[in-house]
Unconditional design. Sequence first.
Length: 401
Amino acid sequence: MEVKENKIEFDLQELAPLLIANKTEGFRQIGEKILNAILEKEFEAYIGAGRHERNEERRDYRNGHKERQLKTTLGKLNLLRPYARSGKFETKLFENYSRIDKALVSMIVESYLKGVSTRKVESVVSALDIELSHATVSNLSHELDELVTEFKTSPLRPYYPYLYVDALYLKVFNGSRFVSKAVMIAIGVTDEGYREILDIDINHEESGASYESFFDLLKERGVEKVDLIISDGHKGIKKAASESFVGSSWQLCTVHFKRNLLKIVPQKDIKSILEDINVILHSKNIQDAIDHANGMAAAYEVSHPKLVKFLSDNLMDALTFLAFPKSHHRKIHSTNVLERFNKEVKRRTKVVGAFPGDNSVLRLLVPLAVDTNAKWLDRKYVSWDNLVQSDEAEEEFTENF
């Protein structure tokens, strides 16, 4: 096979025996040679010169190549991926590594430079087959910083019927030592029914004031109205939600509600009490739920006074979702949608364990959020169409929260 100008010419005397001997292997080698030829032409176009060619239009220089495997229906193709001295060449045939991998590399390299971890850097870099030159690190950081800026400054919709808010904690270097910082995350559901991660922000603590500041960031980018804010029962968030979005309601996540309830219930009574709680949470409307709750309070008033007080203080906040369309109840009674995203964040952050700075946190989480938002566009999370019919259909289905 030869490459002449923009054409690939095959030698039939070489090709025919290859296909006759082993058709599968023959096609695999043909595919391999074609893609390697395309890579070479693509690289020549980028640097502005062919091999050993000297001209005044050259923009870069060769810096060797590295073997990469590409999985295809023909099998694994061994490609020779060329590198430029500047480190800026990227082939259109396949990404050097995904955006999430780029975020990991940027964070890990920064960690390495600050003495956080050596072995983890080596293992991850080896697994991703990444060339860690100064130019590579610089280009990755610049690309990711642009993505972070775009994500955190782009305009938001004025109206999100549902807003989920939560925080997770990560270890971050503050210049002298590692401290635990609250990473706040907001997910909105649009009036068209789609989910969207709206913002990610880092605070020294999770408090009423920090939530107010977080909500202010959303308002500055255009959010004006929210119907329901769903979160855990962290002290101060209910007040911050009501003051930031006047007219909104607050839903205490039913999962967190039950977790806190179980802390004050004797082990022997957990099963029966959970059955009573599930009856309340599956009520058709708030009045039915209150009636069930009053009966439960009367039954446990003497034997479990702490339980009765807990229900009195928190139950109504956990029942707010009942005032909204029944077909949405399974989606808005808890922060499960945020917990799933947090789980993915924890899976990725476990690679390093500690971050060298706030920017490195955002460089990892924002690309993950952008990719997640793109996936969520494939399907609506809730629907406002045919709500009456949907409610009737769900009468036949029950779910244990």
